[in-house]
Design a protein around this ligand. Sequence first.
Ligand code: FEO
Length: 393
Amino acid sequence: MKPRTIKDNIFWLGAIDWDRRLFDSLIPLPDGTSYNAYLIQGKEKTALLDSVDPAFESTLMTQLAGIESIDFVISHHAEQDHSGTIPAVLSKYPKAKVITNPKCKAMLIDHLHIQDDRFITVDDGQEINLGRYTLRFLYTPWVHWPETMCTYVPESKILFSCDFFGSHLASSDLFVTDTSRVYEAAKRYYAEIMMPFRTTVKKNIDKLQTLEIEIIAPSHGSIYNNPEFILDAYKDWISDMPKNLVVIPYVSMHGSTKKMVEYLVALLTERGIDVQQFELTSTDLGKLAISLVDAATVVLGTPTVHASAHPTALYAAILLNSLRPKLKFVSVIGSYGWGSKIIEEITESMGSLKVELLQPVLCKGYPRQENLDALKNLAETITLKHKETQLLT
Ligand code: FEO
């Protein structure tokens, strides 16, 4: 794809990765992704903002074929999907300097072995004038790594946000058109990439409130020419208040845990609580992550395998612990044949979460009435907790 014009002398460059289905060998990408770079041609200097994943080096270099000179390569984030092709750009433009912050510089030297004398480091708020356009660099740590920063161009009111506000979505739309599709992709992206840093994300959004922004140009997905759309979505996702939602990830081997899950789902639904149920061996883990953005309670269901929790359930517990959603309550339900330590294992795997553990329910073999009664007690407890926290009226 050729460079595409955003505003006078400001261009989208980059690659659309329609076929990628996994990121970091972990995150499902049902809709692919893109690696957006941007070119800004001032009257005196030209800057390239980020690059592309190394797999698409030839795509970027073809787009740069007609560009005689690049003075600055702005690196917002050292992760290789944006920085990986910077060495090739520096080889093509031997006088170009990489502009970034000191933390990112150190990472780029570690990851890409770029020579020290190719860097110019900038402070938070520092500006560089290209002639016609000014680049103002804003430190925005932890969106996604500690070194991340954004660039604001006041003359065009564009914020180049790199991972911040991005969406893993391959699309031919330069600007967002299908908002419901983008909303889900951006929420998936937030859940998987930004949610663990929710508090810092909030601080960074507060920092951006001082700017007049007409366009947000992220490094994944389409560009927002209605920035309120994504800013409002983020404000909802980062809020401290979860929703009246119970998420139930579970796995079952011979039907006991599944029976317990179905019974609990019916009880919660009758009590006016929203429920999302995910069978872990077949579910898209991105969908589960999306549900965790809003969930107040998680009930993890697992059978016992050799006295331990099912490995798939343990994996979900570790993922939950790593994503650090704003949950308030957690419980575990499951089954065993002769003995089990699943409660200890699951709760230990979620040890970083600041949540209240609600009374777990285990049954030996297939559920009996006493087990169903215990599930009813759990449903009553969840209902009470949601009422006490004013999630349910
Ligand atoms: Fe798109 Fe954190 O890299």
